[in-house]
Design a protein around this ligand. Structure first.
Ligand code: SF4
Length: 677
C-alpha cells in the first residue's frame, strides 16, 4: 500500500463546494491545527466516499447567478468522481494540479536580477524589490498591549537588523491606538501613548541604512455606532456618517503624528476586516444605494479610502508616502458558492485607479477571502498538503480554476498565488504594485524573477521568509548563498496566537530566536553570542535538533563533533517530508541544516553511534544528546498477518487493505490523511 505516486495522491476528486462537510470547522491556524480541524470534520466523510459525491449546497436566489459558472464546473467534476460513476476519476478531476518544477534556479548572479534592481517608490528609490510586510512580528508580540509591556529594545534591534541586511523597505505593524476616535474592542483608549513608546528610535535605527520605513494604519474589528451587541460581521452600515468622518480625520491625524516621529509614510490597511474593506467590498458594503459611501458605484465604494489618501497628502505633503493595502480579488471561503458579491479583479483594478488618482504612491494586494483572515496573507491554509491542495479549512475545497474569477494560478502550492491578480491591477495604474502570499524568491528564484522581469508585480511583500525564518535572508540571497538561507517551512506557528490562544505568538519553528530574543529564554538578543573560550562539544544524533545544536555551538567558536549512527543526516526529516509533501519545504530544511555543518566547520561522523567509547575518545567538555524521543510501547504484539508497527514503519507497509490507527494525536491524523489521500 505504498502511496508515493504524486498523481494518485492529488486526485481528491470533485471535493469543491461541499459545505456540508463541516462549515464551521475553523480552528487553530497552525497548518497542523487546521488539518486537524478539517480531519475531525472531514475524515470520516472522506473515508466513506462522501466528499467525492457530495453536491453543492443550494444557493439563495440573490447569489445564484454569480456562483453558477463556478459550481457548474465543480458539479461536473463531482459527477465524474461520484461513487458508482463508471468513468471514475479522470485527469480533469485532479484538484489544483501542481507544477513540481517551479522551484528551479538558473540565476548566476542575484545582484544583477530584477529582484535586486532599484524601484522608484513614491518619492523614494528602493534598493531592491523586497519589502518587510507589516505583521505581528513575533519579537514584539506585546507591542499592542500598551506601553508598560512594549519591548522597544527588541523592536529597535529587530528592525535595525532587517535594514542592515538589505530589505528594501519596512512597514511596521499596527493597531488602531493611533486613531483617536476608535479603540480595540473592550480595551480602554490607548491612543494617548503613541508618542511615549519610543517609536522614533525604530525610525532612527532603520534610517541608519537609509531604508524607508512606514507604519500601518489598521482599523480592524472595532465597534462602531451601529455595531450590534453580538455577532458583528464588519459591515459598512455599522459606521454612522459621523463614524466615517471621524475615521477619515483619524487617518490624517495619525499620519501627522507618525510623520512627527520621523516615519516616511503610512500604509492604510483597507483589506480584510479593516474598515476600508467594508466599503470597497460589495460583500461588506450594505449601505443604502443612494449613500455617498454605498455600493452603487465604484467611486462610492472607494470614497472612504480616497478621501483618507487625499487628506493625508494635503496634511503631510506629497513626499509623505501613502501605500494602500486592499483585497486584490475576492471569494467566499466561509461559504463556497456564495460569492456573487465578491469583488472581481476588474473591480479592484478600477478602484485602484481611483486610489491612485487620490494620490496614493503604491498598492499592496492581499487575497480577499472572508472566512480565514490569516489566509489573506498566509494562504498555506489552502494548501494543506496530504495530497489535497485547495483545502479551505471549513471542510471544503477550492478548485482555484473556478474561483477568484479563475485568475489565480494555484499550481505552486500557494507560492506567489496573487501574482496574476497583481498583474491585472498593475495594468490599470502607473504606481508600483506589490503583493503578499508566500513571495519567497529564494524558494523559487526563476519563478519570481520572471514575474518581476515580466512586469507582473513591482515588489514582493515578505514577512515570514525574510522577517522571521532568516533575518539575513536578503543579504544571503544577494550574495547567491541560497543554500545558507534558513527557509520558512510554512507551518504557521508564528501567525497570531492561534496555537496557544494566550495572546502571545508562537515562536518560529525554523528560527528559535524569533519570539524569544530579548525575552527570558534569550536575553542576549538575536545574535548568537561568542563562546566563553575553547571547548570541545560532542553532539549525539544527526536529526534537526542535533544539527542545529552543532551549528550554534560551532558559530560560538567551539570545536564540535557530531555522531550520527545511520549513514546520512536528517533524522525524521525525510519521513516528515514524505508525509507532508513539498509544501512544508522540509527537504530544504534538511539540506540547510546539513549544509550549515559544512559552513561552520562541524566534524560530522556518520555510521557511528555516539556510544560511550566514541564520546570518551573525544574527551568533550559538553555532550548534547539529540537522539530523538521514544514512543511508549503498547501491549499489542501483533501477528504475521496483522503486524503492529510504529508510525514511521506504517508508511512502508505493502499489501494492506485495512489499517487501524491507535491514537488521535496530530501524528495519527497525519498518517490517516496520508493513507487515505
Ligand atoms: S517556519 Fe517560522 S516563519 Fe515560517 S510559518 Fe513556520 S513559524 Fe512562521
Amino acid at each position: 500500500m505504498k502511496k508515493n505516486e504524486q498523481g494518485a495522491r492529488r486526485a481528491v476528486e470533485g471535493a469543491d463546494a461541499c459545505e456540508g462537510a463541516g462549515a464551521d470547522a475553523k480552528s487553530s491556524l497552525t497548518r497542523r491545527g487546521l488539518m486537524g480541524a478539517a480531519a475531525t470534520m472531514g475524515l470520516p466523510a472522506l473515508a466513506a466516499g462522501m466528499l467525492a459525491g457530495c453536491q453543492p449546497a443550494g444557493k439563495s436566489a440573490e447569489d445564484a447567478s454569480g456562483a453558477d459558472a463556478a459550481d457548474a464546473g465543480d458539479a461536473a467534476t463531482q459527477a465524474a468522481a461520484a461513487p458508482g460513476n463508471s468513468q471514475g476519476p479522470t485527469a480533469s478531476a485532479v484538484l489544483n494540479p501542481q507544477d513540481p518544477d517551479f522551484r528551479s534556479n538558473t540565476i548566476q548572479d542575484f545582484s544583477k536580477t530584477t529582484l535586486f534592481s532599484p524601484l522608484k517608490w513614491g518619492s523614494r528609490t528602493l534598493a531592491n524589490r523586497m519589502i518587510k510586510a507589516s505583521a505581528n512580528s513575533g519579537t514584539i508580540v506585546s507591542t499592542m498591549r500598551g506601553p508598560a509591556v512594549y519591548n522597544i529594545d527588541a523592536t529597535v534591534e529587530y528592525y535595525r537588523m532587517l535594514a542592515q541586511n538589505g530589505i528594501g523597505a519596512i512597514i511596521l505593524e499596527d493597531k488602531a491606538w493611533k486613531l483617536p476616535h476608535i479603540d480595540e474592542t473592550g480595551n480602554p483608549k490607548q491612543q494617548q501613548w503613541w508618542n511615549e513608546i519610543g517609536l522614533e528610535r525604530v525610525v532612527e535605527a532603520v534610517h541608519e541604512t537609509d531604508t524607508p520605513v512606514l507604519i500601518q494604519l489598521a482599523s480592524a474589528d472595532y465597534r462602531w455606532s451601529n455595531t450590534p451587541e453580538k455577532g458583528t460581521v464588519c459591515m459598512a452600515s455599522e459606521l454612522s456618517d459621523q463614524d466615517i468622518a471621524n475615521l477619515i480625520a483619524d487617518y490624517v491625524t495619525a499620519s501627522q503624528n507618525m510623520q512627527s516621529l520621523g516615519f516616511d509614510g503610512v500604509e492604510i490597511n483597507a483589506a480584510a476586516n479593516n474598515s476600508g474593506a467594508y466599503f470597497l467590498s460589495r460583500h461588506r458594503n450594505d449601505r443604502d444605494l443612494d449613500d455617498p459611501y454605498g455600493p452603487a458605484t465604484l467611486e462610492n465604494r472607494a470614497r472612504l479610502v480616497t478621501e483618507a489618501v487625499r487628506g493625508i497628502k494635503e496634511a503631510c505633503g506629497a513626499d509623505f508616502h501613502v501605500q494602500v493595502l486592499i483585497n486584490g480579488v475576492e471569494d467566499n471561503d466561509a461559504s463556497i458558492g456564495q460569492s456573487t458579491k465578491a469583488s472581481t479583479v476588474e473591480e479592484v483594478a478600477a478602484m485602484a485607479k481611483l486610489i491612485e488618482a487620490a494620490g496614493a504612491d503604491s498598492l499592496h494586494l492581499r487575497l480577499g477571502v472572508y472566512g480565514i483572515h490569516e489566509a489573506q496573507f498566509v494562504n498555506d491554509a489552502y494548501f494543506g498538503g496530504y495530497g489535497i491542495d485547495g483545502t479551505s479549512g471549513y471542510g471544503t475545497f477550492f478548485d482555484f480554476s473556478k474561483h477568484f474569477g479563475g485568475i489565480l494560478d494555484a499550481s505552486h502550492s500557494g507560492c506567489g498565488l496573487m501574482l496574476n491578480a497583481a498583474a491585472k491591477v498593475k495594468g490599470a495604474v502607473s504606481i508600483p504594485v506589490g503583493a503578499v502570499t508566500f513571495m519567497d524568491p529564494a524558494h523559487a528564484p526563476d519563478f519570481f524573477e520572471q514575474a518581476l522581469a515580466g512586469g507582473k508585480v513591482d515588489f514582493l511583500m515578505i514577512n515570514r521568509a525574510a522577517g522571521y525564518a532568516d533575518y539575513e535572508y536578503v543579504s544571503k540571497l544577494k550574495d547567491g548563498r541560497v543554500d545558507e538561507i534558513r527557509s520558512c517551512c510554512r507551518c504557521l506557528h508564528c501567525v497570531g496566537d492561534f496555537g496557544n490562544h494566550t495572546g502571545v505568538n508562537e515562536s518560529c519553528r525554523m528560527n528559535p530566536a524569533h519570539g524569544r530574543a530579548f525575552g527570558e529564554e534569550m536575553p542576549e538578543g538575536f545574535k548568537v553570542p561568542a563562546g566563553d573560550g575553547q571547548k570541545k562539544v560532542v553532539v549525539g544524533g544527526g536529526g534537526p535538533a542535533g544539527m542545529e545544536a552543532a551549528r550554534v555551538c560551532a558559530e560560538r567558536g567551539y570545536d564540535v563533533t557530531l555522531f550520527e549512527k545511520s549513514s546520512s543526516l536528517g533524522g525524521l526529516l525525510d519521513f516528515a517530508h514524505t508525509v507532508k509533501e513539498p509544501h512544508e519545504n522540509l527537504d530544504r530544511a534538511r539540506s540547510y541544516l546539513s549544509h550549515m555543518l559544512d559552513v561552520t566547520g562541524v566534524n560530522v561522523v556518520t555510521g557511528q553511534e555516539a556510544d560511550a567509547a566514541a564520546v570518551q575518545a573525544e574527551n568533550p567538555d559538553v555532550v548534547f544528546v539529540a537522539t530523538g524521543g521514544l514512543r511508549p510501547s503498547m501491549s499489542l504484539q501483533g501477528t504475521q498477518a496483522t503486524p503492529v508497527v510504529g508510525i514511521v514503519d506504517a508508511m512502508f507497509l505493502d499489501d494492506c487493505e485495512r489499517v487501524l490507527i491507535a491514537g488521535f494525536n496530530a501524528q495519527a491524523l497525519d498518517l490517516a490523511w496520508y493513507l487515505l489521500a
